[in-house]
Design a protein around this ligand. Structure first.
Ligand SMILES: [Zn+2]
Ligand SMILES: [Zn+2]
Length: 324
């Protein structure tokens, strides 16, 4: 279901404008609603990135999650609920942030674009991967059960596959074009330019992870299902789909055992949650720790964007997995 629109005559102009637009342009008019621009509310960072890149200087984008905050359990204050109600378009992922789902349901109705509807979501991965000849091991039920409660058994972290994000971008361009028909061609052209960049990133991942000594990654929560599926890696999550789960001592021991078995040199942690658990496991198995960023938000200090953080992730993975 890869919906792509035909190139438009405005493509060249829009591509030139893209260089001027993007992230910086969107901070310009925070001070008030600009009637010339479409007001877009994004539920968390990767959707903000998408809206800014596809919308360019035709939109004003605000993000419901503050930089440095973890989005899974984000609460909305009354002002943010008001933002949702007044937005011309709300871009969110149903099943990822319950407070946002509720605000959309009550206040945004048909102005909402649920990116989970663009392509079928993957089933939630259990925290463990399966070994050849083994059935469902004990300890898997807990993580899977938790996931089902929150997301109906689906994995929301779709942005970690750049090709999926590109397809969401194409669909977002269509939605923006419906809200703002005069500039529909610009949105389509920007989505196409972004797709080119995301496909380049995807090709870098495919090539960079083609030949590696190991393919298992030990991560703090199972955010990487789309990445591991796309590039034939295996994730072993200390906790399930939500990073807030506190792992039991038994779970820590299981993960340490897995790490030893797969000769993991690196235990990954995330920018937005404490590295303590990863450090504990790493200490126990004699591994290092490193950041593998699930891009649920930007950490305040890295100054990058989706593309640069993904490239940093690729470099980290290549080192940790000894890829040639
Ligand atoms: Zn997550
Ligand atoms: Zn294993």
């Amino acid at each position: 279901m890869n919906i792509r629109s035909a190139p438009r005559t405005l493509a060249a102009t829009a591509t030139a404008l893209l260089a001027l637009g993007g992230v910086a342009a969107c901070a310009d008019d925070q001070a008030g609603v600009n009637p010339q621009r479409v007001d877009v509310v994004a539920a968390f960072y990767p959707l903000q990135f998408l809206a800014e890149r596809v919308g360019g200087d035709a939109v004003t984008v605000s993000n419901l999650v503050k930089p440095g905050a973890e989005p899974h359990d984000a609460e909305l204050n009354p002002g943010q609920v008001g933002e949702v109600a007044q937005a011309e378009l709300v871009v969110y992922l149903k099943g990822f942030q319950p407070a946002v789902d509720e605000a959309v349901e009550q206040n945004a109705g048909d102005k909402a674009f649920d990116v989970a509807t663009v392509q079928p979501l993957l089933d939630a991965a259990s925290a463990d991967h399966e070994h050849e000849g083994e059935g469902e091991g004990e300890g898997e039920g807990e993580a899977a059960g938790h996931a089902e409660e929150e997301t109906g058994g689906k994995d929301p972290h779709l942005w970690l596959d750049p090709t999926r994000l590109a397809t969401v971008g194409d669909q977002l361009a269509e939605r923006l074009g419906t809200a703002d028909p005069d500039r529909a061609g610009d949105y389509t052209a920007r989505a196409k330019a972004l797709r080119t960049e995301l496909e380049k990133l995807d090709a870098e991942f495919t090539a960079g992870l083609k030949t590696c000594q190991r393919r298992e990654i030990v991560v703090s929560h199972t955010a990487f299902g789309y990445l591991t599926e796309r590039y034939q890696l295996e994730q072993i999550g200390v906790s399930g789909l939500s990073p807030e789960d506190e792992p039991s001592p038994q779970r820590l021991a299981e993960v340490a055992e897995e790490a030893r078995e797969h000769k993991a040199t690196t235990i990954f942690f995330e920018t937005l949650v404490s590295p303590k658990v990863a450090e504990t496991i790493a200490g126990e198995v004699g591994a290092k720790t490193a950041v593998l960023d699930p891009l649920e938000g930007l950490s305040g200090d890295n100054g990058g964007d989706y593309l640069s953080v993904m490239r940093a992730n690729l470099a980290t993975l290549r080192t940790a997995l000894s890829c040639s």
